[in-house]
Write a protein that binds this ligand. Sequence first.
Ligand code: SF4
Ligand code: SF4
Length: 352
Amino acid sequence: MKKLNDFKNDINKCSKCGLCQSVCPVYKETGNDCAVSRGKFVMLDGVLKGDLKLNKNINKYLDLCLKCGKCTDFCPSGIDVCKIFETAKYQYAKNTLTGKIIFSLQSKLVFGNFINFFKYITKPFRKSIKGKSPKSLKLLYFKGCVNNLCPKNDNYLNKILKNSDVEIIEKDFDCCGLPFLSSGNLDRFEQVKNHNLKMLDCDFDYILTDCASCESTLKQYMNAKFINIGELINLLGLKFTFPKPLKVTFHKPCHLENDKFLIPLFNNCENVKYIQMDAYDSCCGFGGEFSIKNHKISKAISDKKAENILKTGADYVITTCPGCIIGLKQGLAGRKNSPKVLGLTEFLNKSL
Ligand code: SF4
Ligand code: SF4
């Protein structure tokens, strides 16, 4: 396991250019330099030099981050910002009482069995995704924790793919690991990573995902070909006819690498008009535990998103991340004429 000290050179690579400020949703909302990577690096440099202690004040600023990765993508020095924050968080949290409690709640015994329990009790309510023969495409499906808790997505996928020649392979995957990275629980992250890598021991063409955050986390440790549900629908050339004209808009999750599927997919939806909202790729404000620890900032970012959504006059706002669905609902709550927030597969099921 790497220590903060191992990132000394990376932290020193920060030229303090401040370009990360222009993309950081938390900085844009707060104007606080400690919210963005540059400010955090100044503090962590102080820790490494022994001038500052890695204490709860610095931890507060480590938590003031949506883990959206926008600064990593933008940083001209090519610093893997989130890796450094996660390591600092681990080094701090593993020695505190709160950290120890959170880590034990995230353990395989507690969190792992909680998910397994839901997998078991929801089994009768899930239709297995069969597809038709011959099966030319083998897809190893990474379901993710939200879909393990709630069976409806299996049923949406089943309806969408039932006439396609695909084989859906289901394995006993654990969580992708993102919540553990966010809270600095790197031991648990290593555990799920090692478990999930063992699940790749089968013949498949792509790993299929329908959550952008899961996919981006898996890509950190899986060397395999991925396809998201939108890309798969386009590859299969699926068409959808909706019973009445609808206007839709799309929120691009921060972790969604490729949204090129979007326009062709909506072009194949009869009676659907796609309207791109302003800043369609700006953060929804959720960020998992960020929305609890920094609720006011989270809500303010969601509110800005909601205003852009409302300007489109859309009937539905669609996305491909269960976390973003919560962020979008947070911003739209209590507003007049709000569109419904739906995951892509649920929306497409409205045509079937
Ligand atoms: S963009 Fe990168 S190099 Fe520039 S201040 Fe931010 S972290 Fe440092
Ligand atoms: S990961 Fe996102 S929220 Fe965190 S510092 Fe970078 S841009 Fe800001």
